[in-house]
Design a protein around this ligand. Structure first.
Ligand code: B12
Ligand code: SF4
Length: 713
């Protein structure tokens, strides 16, 4: 893989030397206090400003500050006018716009599309402080206030909406967010490398429109550049003729209603070509080759092509071998440069050790920001995930290559928490990241890793090339709990148990020292149907992990339980699968308190399944595998009801379903029945009430990270 220059190697000499601000300024008065006339860059964000490395605006702001730039923050502006956007004046170089740590639609709505009343990223946990699709709205307001100031968009929302994408909340394929926001440049993935380079190049006098060569960015252009070899994506992975098969019995009216061109004769319907030409590309030319995805217009009318485009994007996601992608939107070409080169350990250390205040901006007073409270005593030790779970898009965002901090750097951060964070009682609530136990894990060979196109290093089984040595992580845990003043180090990020069983020593360490009674893990399903569509391991790995966990808990003299999480209504799940899961839960004495149905979030592979009914994990053709999609409120409710089979409110719907499925034998009042035949007048065991069986708390759709993850003891 191409080597990258260290992140802070080129600090602008003219700008450097200034003392870091205690907090990045959020008002004119704070700018005055710092003696600033204007900011170089202003970051506009959908989250409250928390100056902590678990919050994107703080990381990006501090990275730029360390490179000598003056950075201001506008957090959760009132989007109904331009006033808040003008609070700091116009920046000298550009506005950076982010929706915040989460996509604004994921943040604002439940998986059943109901508005959430709360928002963990807002003071007081209050909902309603950000608009739908923040990035578009904020960019538009900035444009209204300042016509010519460049806008760079980034963060999860922009990153995962970088190409034409299915938007669950409108049930439509939307254009790249770059087109709708009319921003100048989109930064995707981890943005530290790109944002520094952009600021420095603009500072050196380059125009934003000339920055077309940066990895991890996307921009719009007219026409194609000279010298580039264009490869038709359908030659890499043939979806078949682009027009859906013609229904010879459809009336002309039906066809017009479906948006199709009038039919002369069935035989005359031509198979549209995505691009005009295709050439085999010699390796030497790979750096100058670009893959043409079907256009926005094509993928929005044709779900099979959508699934094809999604597959190609995922195949071209390894920074070691990814090529540029281009997707036409109307008359514009959306150009996507390959992903950024992963951050080195020294880059990661430098990023996490910037002078963060480690708390919310003082303007929030005593208001509690729940997302901050969750993580104030926890430490991020790595980024990236090679699990590839299809319902999660962290791999599409942070990449598959694990980027780890050094042990020393993590230890220093724990000491900083101990010494500076108010309320610390000696308990570190998490050492984690997207997954708990991928620290320092990587492919055995850099050359193989660079060439690999597998979407996961652990599915369908752990790849023989994967180094699964948990020793560095074990060592880190040991050092962390030996720190003076640290009483306990908990692990709350999701443990990838199929990996953990490769290292019984790790499971021992976890069970003996780092579990507070319950350990949440995420099998997500138990049937091969859904598991194969989720890219999750078979239930055998769960049993093996449980066996080890129970054994080591017992040896440590601790009574501890595993709390497994499941997703209802994931693509590939039949009613039968949910029934089997309900029987499994009952057999194992689990009672889920609250459960979550699959949320088709932007850019996830499972979202492409949901939208197209196809399986993009395999070659997509018109006749390729069809996936069962539990769509619609009725079936989603039913699948959730199976997970809460013990709740009397669900019994009527479950009785109907069981009868329809020919399993009325499971209705009755005996131990072997799933639900009783009678219906109590008033509900007897509403959620939240204590039951004898272990209760499964609310699950989140993290890579296994429970809601109480990254931080809650
Ligand atoms: C810790 C955590 C939490 C904590 C909160 C603390 C926190 N700080 O976020 C808690 C436990 C509360 C939490 C809750 C939830 N979370 Co959470 N959480 C995380 C986690 C693991 C780490 C967050 C973090 O440290 N981010 C670090 C920042 C720096 O990363 P970043 O935002 O991507 O920023 C980088 C780039 O995007 C870019 N960038 C950022 N800002 C800007 C600005 C500009 C101008 C530019 C150019 C670039 C840029 O540069 C940054 C550095 O590279 C992430 C996964 C992850 N990222 O590892 C999930 C994640 C953010 N959570 C997620 C979800 C779904 C949730 C929940 C909805 C789960 C649930 N079902 O309840 C809830 C939300 C509750 C609510 N809305 O009220 C999803 C969001 C998915 C999406 N598409 O939006 C994520 C991505 C996990 C996943 N695997 O899908 N979460
Ligand atoms: S060869 Fe195996 S371990 Fe290496 S990157 Fe590919 S899937 Fe991962």
């Amino acid at each position: 893989m191409q080597a990258a220059t260290p992140l802070f190697s080129s600090v602008n000499e003219n700008l450097a030397g200034a003392q870091p601000a205690r907090f990045l300024p959020t008002s004119r008065a704070e700018m005055d206090a710092l003696g600033w006339e204007r900011c170089d860059i202003i970051i506009v964000t959908g989250d409250a400003y928390v100056d902590h490395p678990s919050f994107g605006m703080a990381i990006i702001g501090r990275v730029l500050e360390a490179q000598g730039f003056k950075v201001g923050i506008i957090a959760q502006p009132d989007w109904r006018g331009t006033q808040d956007f003008e609070a700091l004046g116009a920046p000298r170089l550009f506005f950076g716009v982010t929706g915040g740590n989460m996509d604004s639609m994921v943040n604002r709505y439940t998986s059943d599309r109901r508005v959430r009343s709360d928002d963990a990223y807002t003071p007081g946990g209050q909902g309603g402080k950000r608009p739908d699709r923040c990035v578009i709205v904020y960019s538009q307001r900035i444009r209204e206030a300042y016509k010519t100031v460049p806008i760079v968009i980034g963060g999860i929302e922009a990153s995962l909406r970088r190409i034409a994408h299915f938007d669950y909340w409108s049930e439509h394929v939307r254009r790249s967010v770059l087109v709708d926001s009319k921003a100048d440049l989109l930064v995707y993935g981890n943005a530290e490398r790109q944002i520094g380079a952009i600021a420095q190049r603009l500072d050196a006098g380059e125009a934003l429109s000339d920055i077309t060569d940066l990895r991890g960015t996307a921009y719009l252009r007219r026409g194609m550049p000279a010298r580039w070899v264009e490869i038709d994506s359908s030659e890499l992975d043939a979806p078949g003729p682009l027009n859906p098969p013609v229904d010879p019995y459809a009336s002309e009216e039906d066809r017009r209603a479906a948006g199709a061109a009038p039919l002369a004769t069935p035989a005359a319907a031509p198979a549209e070509k995505i691009v005009k030409f295709y050439r085999k590309v010699p390796n030497a030319q790979r750096a100058l080759s670009v893959i043409r995805l079907p256009s926005f217009e094509q993928v929005s009318r044709d779900a099979v092509l959508y699934a094809h485009a999604s597959r190609i994007l995922h195949l071209e996601s390894n920074p070691g071998n990814a090529r540029a992608l281009v997707q036409r939107h109307g008359t514009l070409e959306l150009w996507l440069n390959p992903p950024p080169i992963p951050l080195s350990t020294s880059d990661m250390d430098a990023i996490y050790e910037l002078p963060y205040a480690r708390r919310p901006h003082p303007a929030y007073g005593t208001a509690k920001i729940p997302a901050y409270h969750m993580i104030r005593f926890s430490v991020a030790i790595q980024r990236g995930c090679f699990g590839g779970c299809t319902f999660c898009s962290i791999t599409e965002h942070e990449g598959r290559i694990i980027q780890s901090r050094s042990e020393d750097s993590v230890i220093r951060e724990i000491e900083t928490i101990r010494d500076t964070v108010t309320g610390f009682t000696g308990v570190i609530s998490d050492l984690g990241g997207p997954t708990a136990n991928m620290y320092r894990l990587h492919c055995k060979s850099a050359a193989i890793e660079s060439a690999c196109r597998r979407p996961s290093c652990v599915f369908p089984g752990v790849c023989p090339n994967l180094n699964t040595d948990h020793a560095p992580l074990i060592n880190l845990y040991r050092r962390a709990r030996a720190i003076k003043g640290v009483k306990k180090v908990l692990i709350a990020s999701g443990v990838r148990y199929d990996l953990a069983i490769e290292s019984p020593e790790y499971v021992r360490e976890l069970a003996t020292h780092h579990t507070g009674g319950y350990l949440k893990i995420a099998p997500e399903a138990i049937g091969d149907g859904p598991l194969s569509k989720m890219m999750k391991p078979g239930v055998g790995a769960y049993y093996r992990f449980k066996e080890l966990f129970d054994k080591y808990s017992k040896e440590a003299g601790k009574e501890q339980y595993l709390i497994p999480y499941f997703i209802a209504a994931h693509p590939g799940t039949r009613d039968q699968d949910m029934l089997e899961l309900a029987l499994w839960l009952k057999k194992n004495g689990f009672r889920a308190d609250q459960v979550q149905a699959f949320l088709p979030s932007p850019m996830a592979t499972a979202t492409a399944m949901y939208h197209s009914g196809k399986n993009p994990l395999r070659r997509i053709t018109r006749s390729s595998e069809e996936v069962v999609i539990p769509k619609g409120i009725k079936v989603r409710r039913l699948h959730k009801a199976f997970l809460r089979y013990h709740d009397p409110e669900n019994w009527p719907v479950l009785r109907d379903a069981l009868k329809r499925m020919g399993r009325a034998d499971l209705i009755g009042n005996g131990k072997h029945h799933l639900i009783p035949a009678y219906q109590p007048v008033a509900p007897v065991a509403r959620s939240g009430q204590k039951s004898r069986a272990p209760t499964l708390p609310f699950r989140t759709q993290h890579t296994g990270l429970p809601k109480s993850g990254r931080g809650s003891p």
